[in-house]
Design a protein around this ligand. Structure first.
Ligand SMILES: CC(C)(COP(=O)(O)OP(=O)(O)OC[C@H]1O[C@@H](n2cnc3c(N)ncnc32)[C@H](O)[C@@H]1OP(=O)(O)O)[C@@H](O)C(=O)NCCC(=O)NCCS
Length: 210
């Protein structure tokens, strides 16, 4: 029986083997070498309000108010807990001491074949590879647990650090456009990137692009 199963598995392509039979909608806790990605909770509110109250962050993401208050942080945690099916919001925390560093998440598009990746980190934690580590971990989770074909990511044209994170995760440039910015109160130019499932499978067999 085992041999039969093994033979059946070998006859499937790597892409088929890594595609889940059925999409999960839950958001499992994720571990990476230095990080734990888990649901945000009330204990995060102070650190979240402190780190997110930063125009250098709010101006780069689409839906973060600025200034960012404790009430905004509490509302964010409440909404993350209420959840939307298929959407995962994670607190990015340090594995060694539990410190709250920022947030990331994936949100399904209406077509159900695509999820959108998003992330931000508190400024004291920039340029230490944390966003790349979180984004790669989230990307693996999305392709392993969801029956999706691709992951999209967008960044402001001027956002050099985020573009670099997206590139280090293997995403490819698709085009440019405009999206709304809550903090800036208008539309801003963005670049649109995509990682398709086939490319992700290839990157895995190369050992990633880190
Ligand atoms: C974008 C952001 C998440 C990056 O987080 P991070 O943990 O610093 O990212 P990483 O350390 O994994 O990678 C950053 C990369 O950008 C590079 N980088 C950063 N600033 C740079 C600059 N001014 N010029 C050139 N490269 C720069 C870093 O050198 C690094 O690349 P490398 O590993 O090849 O050296 C963080 O800056 C942030 O939260 N910014 C505000 C919110 C935001 O932009 N969110 C994304 C919205 S699309």
């Amino acid at each position: 029986m085992q041999t039969e199963l093994a033979r059946e598995d070998q006859s499937r392509s790597p892409e088929q083997r890594l595609r889940p039979q059925r999409s999960r909608t839950d958001c499992p806790i994720l571990l990476s070498p230095r990080l734990v990605l888990r649901a945000p909770h009330e204990d995060d509110i102070d650190a979240l309000a402190h780190l997110a109250n930063n125009a250098n962050i709010a101006n780069m993401v689409s839906r973060m108010p600025h200034p960012y208050t404790t009430a905004d942080a509490a509302d964010f945690v409440r909404r993350a807990k209420a959840g939307t099916i298929g959407k995962c919001v994670y607190a990015i925390t340090k594995a060694d001491n539990g410190a709250f560093l920022g947030c990331c998440g994936v949100e399904p598009h209406a077509d159900e074949r695509t999820v959108e990746l998003g992330y931000w980190l508190g400024e004291p934690y920039w340029n230490q590879g944390y966003a790349t580590e979180a984004a790669q971990t989230l990307t693996d989770m999305a392709f392993r647990t969801r029956d999706i074909d691709q992951i999209d990511a967008r960044c402001r044209v001027m956002n050099i650090a985020s573009r670099r994170v997206i590139q280090k995760c293997g995403f490819q440039f698709q085009g440019s456009g405009m999206v709304g910015s809550l903090a800036l109160g208008g539309m801003v130019p963005v670049e649109w990137y995509r990682l398709d499932r086939k490319t992700w499978v290839s990157l895995r067999s190369w050992g990633g692009v880190r």
